[in-house]
Write a protein that binds this ligand. Structure first.
Ligand code: NAD
Length: 336
């Protein structure tokens, strides 16, 4: 049987990207909805054939424990709510897929991992690029040595953040561009290099007279140094559009622009004699369906999912180091 997802939070990402893709899954299906807005429960409940008994508000959330049609919970709420709703799902005996960033702090991320472990349930973070074929192709090429030894990664992510949203309210978001879009620069630098940074250095630039940035940062660019000696130069911005990365090695480079978008990824290489775009065959399954299937498969097979809680925690620790570096004006050495 396919495992059942309850989707928690019916905001823009959930209703535009996730709900329509669950039906592409081979191992999962949508069985429940959780929202504080009755009209959304009515609308999406009707659209996706979710009966009233499987529609929950936040006050009734813990009752998911008693619903055997719910195996998996997908938390798609503002960042500050990730830890609480993931931990409550683990305690209700459900496997959890939680959106990125995993939480507002590394301490919350650790508590999420502990709760899933105590319940003997799986915990996965919504790193959809880990399931996207172009990203997987580039990673595979680098690991196979196509560019030689990686020496430099550039990773740029940013967009113009419109005013008046929870992303610009620190208690809800945990921070500015780094917590939303800059995490793609960070996560890609790690999966392209295949290494964990040992040194972090960051610089922030925020126009505090812009009302969008009363509590969160706009631009925070950072450098990472990896054990091999490779360096990553990373961009994170709420005032300019970026979506690209490039890995340069001793034999050439491979890059993508756009790189971590929903659709329209474009690969370009310059390796030995080969220069130009790389076309991949059209994917049979979307990155969202592949991601949602992974948690279901991991639950069925009793193994850790890819993009697990441990992966999310690594980014949270690095994000805290990036903020500390920018604040203190010094490089931060990562211990562990
Ligand atoms: P959104 O604002 O569109 O949706 C948030 C939802 O949470 C809304 O339905 C809102 O009603 C609900 N909510 C419940 N309590 C709330 C409260 N106290 N304040 C504000 N909203 C509350 O946001 P979104 O873009 O859907 O983002 C949700 C999560 O998904 C975030 O963690 C975000 O980082 C993540 N996200 C991931 C991707 C991706 O590509 N992986 C893309 C977009 C968003």
């Amino acid at each position: 049987r396919k495992l059942g997802y309850a989707v928690v939070g019916l905001g823009s990402y959930a209703v535009n990207q996730l709900l329509p893709r669950i039906r592409e899954c081979d191992y999962a299906k949508l069985t429940a909805l959780v929202s504080g807005t009755p009209a959304k429960l009515e609308k999406y409940g009707a659209e996706y054939g979710i009966p009233k008994t499987h529609r929950y508000d936040y006050a009734g959330y813990d009752r998911i424990r008693d619903n055997p049609d719910i195996d998996l919970v997908y938390v798609v709420l503002p960042n500050s709510m990730h830890a609480e709703y993931s931990i409550r799902a683990s305690k209700a005996g459900k496997h959890v897929l939680c959106e990125k960033p995993m939480a507002n702090t590394a301490a919350e991320a650790e508590a999420m991992i502990a709760a899933a472990r105590a319940a003997n349930r799986r915990l996965m973070i919504g790193y959809r690029s880990h399931f996207e074929p172009h990203n997987l192709y580039v990673i595979d090429q680098i690991r196979k040595g196509a560019i030689g030894r990686p020496t430099l990664i550039t990773s740029e992510h940013g967009f113009y953040a419109k005013p008046g949203q929870w992303r610009l309210d620190r208690p809800m978001s945990g921070g500015g561009s780094l917590m939303d879009i800059g995490i793609y620069s960070l996560n890609a630098a790690r999966y392209l290099s295949g290494e964990e940074p040992v040194l972090v250095q960051a610089m922030e630039s925020t126009d505090r007279s812009d009302p969008r940035f009363a509590t969160v940062e706009d631009r925070i660019d950072f450098q990472l140094k990896f054990p091999s000696g490779a360096i990553a130069n990373c961009v994170s911005s709420y005032s300019s559009n970026h979506n690209a990365f490039r890995a340069t090695g001793t034999k050439g480079w491979i890059g993508m622009e756009p790189a971590t978008v929903y659709d329209g990824h474009s690969i370009f290489v310059r390796i030995d004699g080969k220069t130009g775009p790389v076309e991949l065959p059209k994917a049979t399954k979307s990155q969202w369906a592949a991601q949602m299937d992974e948690l279901a498969k991991a639950a069925i097979e009793g193994r850790e999912p890819r993009a697990s809680g441990a992966e999310g925690l690594r980014d949270m620790r690095l994000i805290e180091a990036i903020y500390a570096s920018a604040r203190e004006g010094r490089a931060i050495r990562m211990t562990s």
